[in-house]
Design a protein around this ligand. Structure first.
Ligand SMILES: [Zn+2]
Length: 476
């Protein structure tokens, strides 16, 4: 009897890992496929799960099917490979391009963290080791195999799949898996993260346009629930964004934007460019501060086929951000440090988006104590991350062992979200051709998951359950 085991993103929004097993408990027989292989981020008790072994040996996993390039879905791949996995990793071409810069960067951050702990002796493990290195992350890229949207991929005799659009970020997909046991095919749908609905008016900050694929039908659904208890604002974020930036610059402050390095940052830059060209925002220097700043722009422009008409129009109008005067792409550490030499207002876009590491830490350390500055969030902040604390009114935040006082203005533009909210999720589910026999909610805080379960039961009458960590469920 086949089963699915939830090895992450159960009760939390990070660490997505779902094992499909058609064999016995020992894992030796049958097929074993991992859907997503993400890092746990946020609270320490979750991050420690990154160091636990899987319930089955990594070398016995046959393949990984990857929905998208966010680290909470792909960031554990180098660790899996380090532990002996050597099978294929299937992903869309855009996801592979993104992983090509994000995974080595993640390895680099792991090494930096370990070096920092060793320097300050803050770790009980001596010496502290990185989960994986930049080089190890680089090496695992050779295992990636591109699979285009809609293409049927036969993994083995008993398992095939195709990617359909999730409209969450560039390259993001849902995995429609057909599992055939004893001659009986069953369809499993893993949503990964689900993007905004098609109506472009209510999500002006999003880039990918087509909305999640409609008219799905499956026997078993594994679905995200990040925004299971919330509704996004429906207003255009641009007037608010312009007003926030204007006021900050007028009082001599700098705007710091923690943002996912690829796509989100570039869309923000395009909107900023337009606000500057239409004189709604003053022409101050803009810094995209990331070691992958230039590559990120190149990948963004290379995969423009997935974008909304809005985003395409902006690209056609303004061309490559790399050519814009007053926009700086700071790749090296020296360039990054130079930003801080200027006493004048500027706008700094830097990652990581949830302030879990990276250059954003240095910018915030310097700018948070000054009330003239603005920290502007344009992305989801997982509980337990520094970004979550700052966004939710903490008075201070710990960085590099120091408590940094928060006196800067803090604001958030929720319209930029690339997760469907509850009404949007229900709208998408209403397009299903039949109810799944089993539905499991993952990738949500307990409250969000349980509110979404209630909403789904009420609106659709489906049998919905909330996945628990390491729980095994039989494919009935
Ligand atoms: Zn995601």
């Amino acid at each position: 009897m086949s089963y699915i085991q939830f090895l992450g993103a159960a009760g939390v929004v990070t660490g997505s890992k779902h094992l499909i097993n058609t064999g016995d408990e020992s894992g030796k027989q049958g097929l074993q496929v991992l859907v997503d292989c993400g890092l746990f981020q946020g609270q320490k008790e979750w991050r420690e799960r990154n160091w636990q072994d899987l319930p089955i040996p990594a070398r016995e996993i046959d393949a990984v099917i990857l929905t998208h390039a966010h680290l909470d879905h792909c960031g554990w791949i180098p660790r899996l490979v380090k532990q002996g996995f050597h099978g294929p990793i299937y992903a869309t071409p855009a996801t592979i391009d993104l992983c090509g810069i994000l995974l080595p960067d993640s390895g680099h951050l792991q090494e930096e963290d370990a070096a920092y702990y060793n320097k300050t002796r803050a770790s009980k493990h001596t010496p502290a080791l990185p989960l994986y290195t930049m080089e190890e992350a680089q090496q695992c890229l050779t295992l990636f195999h591109p699979v285009n949207f809609g293409e049927l991929k036969q993994v083995t005799g008993e398992l095939s799949f195709r990617f359909v659009r999730a409209a969450h970020i560039l390259g993001s997909a849902m995995a429609e898996i057909t599992l055939t046991t004893n001659g009986r095919p069953q369809k499993l749908l893993f949503t990964g993260d689900i993007g905004r609905v098609r109506d472009n008016q209510i999500a002006p900050g999003k880039v990918v346009h087509s909305g999640p694929t409609e008219g799905e039908d499956c026997d078993l659904l594994v679905m995200e629930s990040t925004y299971g208890n919330r509704e996004h604002p429906h207003s255009d974020p641009r007037p608010q964004m312009a007003a926030l930036i204007r006021t900050t610059v007028q009082r001599g402050g700098t705007v710091v934007v923690p943002s996912f390095a690829v796509e989100r940052s570039q869309k923000f830059l395009f909107m900023l460019k337009e606000l500057m060209e239409t004189r709604q925002v003053p022409n101050v220097p803009v810094h995209a501060d990331s070691p992958m700043a230039i590559k990120a722009v190149e990948i963004f422009l290379k995969h423009a086929e997935e974008f909304s008409p809005d985003a395409k129009a902006l690209i056609a109008k303004y061309g490559s951000p790399l050519e814009w005067p007053n926009f700086h792409f700071d790749q090296t550490q020296d360039e990054s440090k130079k930003i801080n030499d200027s006493p004048y207002p500027s706008i700094i876009v830097s990652s990581s988006g949830m302030v879990t590491g990276g250059r954003i830490l240095h910018h915030l350390m310097l700018r948070l104590p000054d009330p003239r500055n603005l920290v502007l969030f344009i992305g989801f902040q997982a509980p337990g991350t520094r970004g979550f604390s700052i966004k939710n009114g903490a008075k201070e935040v710990k960085m590099f062992g120091q408590e940094i006082p928060i006196r800067a203005q803090i604001a958030a533009l929720e319209q930029f979200s690339d997760h469907a909210d509850t009404p949007e999720l229900l709208e998408w589910l209403h397009t299903f051709r039949r109810p799944p026999r089993q539905t499991y909610l993952v990738h949500g805080e307990p409250q969000a998951a349980s509110m979404l379960r209630n909403a789904m039961t009420q609106a659709l009458g489906w049998n919905v359950q909330i996945a628990a960590y390491r729980q095994k469920v039989q494919v009935e």
